[in-house]
Design a protein around this ligand. Structure first.
Ligand code: C2E
Ligand code: CA
Ligand code: CA
Length: 567
């Protein structure tokens, strides 16, 4: 028998290293040289069991392509002679072969096949473990749906390759949120949405250089780090990405644009990826919700804006408890007669003697899901004040109160509104609920239900900011609201703007046909008032008559009915 002892010895050594998990190329080389093996490899047919990353090119190979073949543990590069092959079943279905190729000068009779079978076993165990590890590494670092890197991968790469080498300031970190991706899911199938996100992922993954990275964070969010000199060109490419030739949407083309936040870093930036990503996502969020700007660079100012949001959140419940929120009342006037016909209750936050106006806190509360508590607090206080006025023997006109659309998702919101009216001892005729129309289909259904239920209780409803949504005309045909509030933007263009006049006239025509009342918002001048009267909308609310005033001033208005006709 040839090399009996050294084979046994080599085996032992290999198994020892394998058990310790410290096997290296050097170990294989030593082992193979000892037993005159020139080539040691295995072949693994993964069939179409999934995606895999090519060992050498590090490229991902998706479904259906054989990958991982000939994973080579040792190759001397010299010519080989006899070759042994040992078959294995992997995972019960995938076929693996371990191969041992010997030096030219080794003859068949020299080889104890049984002993090499044990060696092959060892190779197989080691190799499949390595393979498993690389599969796990790959799975851990890969977005399961698309196959591009995930956030774990990009974080590791940035922290190891960029941060540790002190190159942080040379790179920009991006947070990317797709703008109109929902549109694909809504207008095509969700299968098409899945296909589209995979395709999009690979397209944008192709925008970055090997020394950069782009990863999917989940959903329609992505992140990337790119060298600053490449930033502009990448932003341009991301601005609009064309998706076509989708199997699930033949013949259709989608243009995907996105909200992008950029962290440009600071000189000698020592921070890890997470810190940079936070900046980028803050900038992205502000671009999307506040600035309506596609690309936003993180700055200290933005940080203050954010902190302001956080500050408001933390101040909110204490402020509710301290009764710092008050309804102010803006009169609604019949411009033909000068009669006071209503009020709108508008929220004012009086904190330590200072006024905080709605635009500073309503959007924050709305986004963070706290708005319902504010709306109910203002509504209850409004009802209470109406009761006070009635108890004084006055006949206050109807007062409207604002309800954010987020209320549509509060169970039994309609009952809560009705109960508040009953509990404060006023009548459903004394109040009106203002809600803006919905753009989203999911909300539209709820809006219909909300209006229907309030109507059953006898509560009046107005559609606020009418004309600014997308579905206005479709919406009002299906909705049983009492009043349309024509948005200030139409009134602003009066008099003189022909288009606005035509629009207002058609809104008035529709409202009349549907038996709905109308009011124009934001009337600031007598000219605007006269024009509205001429067009057929005599009821108005606006600075021309009065700004919102506190309850005692409103009470005086009820007593004296101080307004004059515009004509
Ligand atoms: P909105 O419901 O459209 O209310 C009308 C806004 O326009 C009010 O601003 C009012 O003061 C202002 N305004 C009225 N007439 C004129 C005018 O002639 N010229 C100009 N330039 N502005 C005029 P305000 O009080 O700052 O409220 C802003 C927005 O905040 C409201 O818009 C409403 O959407 C929201 N809001 C106010 N109070 C509440 C509340 O209690 N709950 C909810 N959910 N939202 C509220
Ligand atoms: Ca309103
Ligand atoms: Ca409005």
């Amino acid at each position: 028998m040839y090399m009996n002892d050294s084979t046994a010895e080599t085996l032992k050594m290999l198994l020892k290293f394998a058990a310790a998990g410290t096997i290296t190329n050097e170990v294989y080389k030593n082992a193979c040289e000892k037993v005159k093996v020139e080539k040691l490899y295995y072949d693994m047919d993964l069939g179409d069991s999934g995606r895999y990353r090519d060992k050498r090119t590090r490229e991902v190979v998706i479904h259906g392509t054989k990958v991982g073949n000939n994973i080579v543990l040792y190759n001397s590069g010299r010519k080989t002679g006899i070759k042994l092959m040992f078959p294995y079943y992997y995972d019960g279905r995938e076929f693996v072969h371990a191969f041992i190729e010997f030096s030219e000068d080794v003859s068949g009779s020299d080889i104890d096949k049984d002993q090499y079978a044990v060696l092959a076993d060892a190779i197989y165990v080691i190799a499949s473990r390595e393979n498993m590890r690389s599969m796990l590494d790959f799975a851990e670092a890969t977005d399961a749906q698309s196959g591009i890197p995930n956030v774990i991968h990009i974080t590791k790469r940035f922290d190891n390759e960029i941060m540790k080498t002190g190159k942080g300031e040379e790179y920009a970190v991006l947070y990317i949120n797709l703008q109109n991706f929902k549109y694909i899911n809504e207008t095509a199938t969700s299968k098409c949405g899945d296909e589209a996100i995979i395709k999009y992922s690979w397209i944008v993954h192709g925008f970055v250089e090997p020394y950069e990275s782009l990863a999917r964070m989940g959903g329609d969010n992505f992140t990337a780090f790119v060298r600053k000199e490449n930033l502009q060109s990448i932003l341009e490419k991301l601005h609009s990405v064309t998706l076509n030739k989708l199997e699930n949407a033949p013949g259709r083309t989608f243009e995907i644009s996105s909200w992008i936040g950029v962290s440009q870093g600071i000189p000698h930036d020592p921070r890890p990826f997470n810190a940079r990503l936070n900046e980028a996502s803050t900038a992205c969020g502000i671009g999307k919700t506040k600035l309506k700007q596609n690309v936003v660079f993180f700055s200290e100012e933005l940080k203050m804006m954010m902190n302001r949001g956080r500050e408001i959140m933390s101040m909110f419940y204490p402020a509710i408890k301290n009764r710092e929120f008050h309804p102010f009342f803006q009169p609604k006037v019949n411009m033909e007669t000068g009669a006071l016909v209503g009020f709108e209750a508008l929220c004012r936050w009086i904190h330590e003697g200072r006024f905080i106006f709605p635009d500073q806190f309503i959007p924050v509360l709305d986004k963070e899901g706290l708005i319902h508590d504010l709306d109910m607090a203002i509504f209850r206080e409004t009802c209470r004040i109406i009761k006070e006025w009635k108890d004084m023997g006055l006949k206050p006109p109807r007062v409207s109160s604002n309800f954010s659309r987020k209320n549509l998702f509060i169970p039994n919101i309609e009952e809560m509104i009705y109960d508040t009216i009953l509990e404060t001892g006023i009548s459903t005729d004394d109040v009106e609920v203002e809600i803006t129309e919905s753009v989203q289909e999911s909300e539209t259904e709820r809006l219909f239900g909300f209006v229907r239920r309030l109507k059953e209780f006898g509560i009046h409803i107005s559609i606020d900011d009418f004309g600014t949504g997308y579905s206005s005309l479709m919406l009002i045909h299906n909705i049983d609201a009492d009043i349309l509030k024509i948005d200030k933007s139409f009134v602003d263009a009066l008099p003189g703007d022909h288009k606005s006049e035509v629009l207002i006239e058609s809104i008035i025509g529709i409202a009349k046909n549907l038996n709905m009342a109308l009011i124009a918002e934001g009337v600031e001048t007598a000219e605007q008032g006269r024009e509205l009267v001429r067009l057929g909308c005599p009821i108005a609310q606006g600075y021309f008559y009065s700004k919102p005033v506190e309850k005692d001033a409103a009470c005086e208005m009820i007593k004296s009915d101080p307004f004059k006709p515009v004509i």
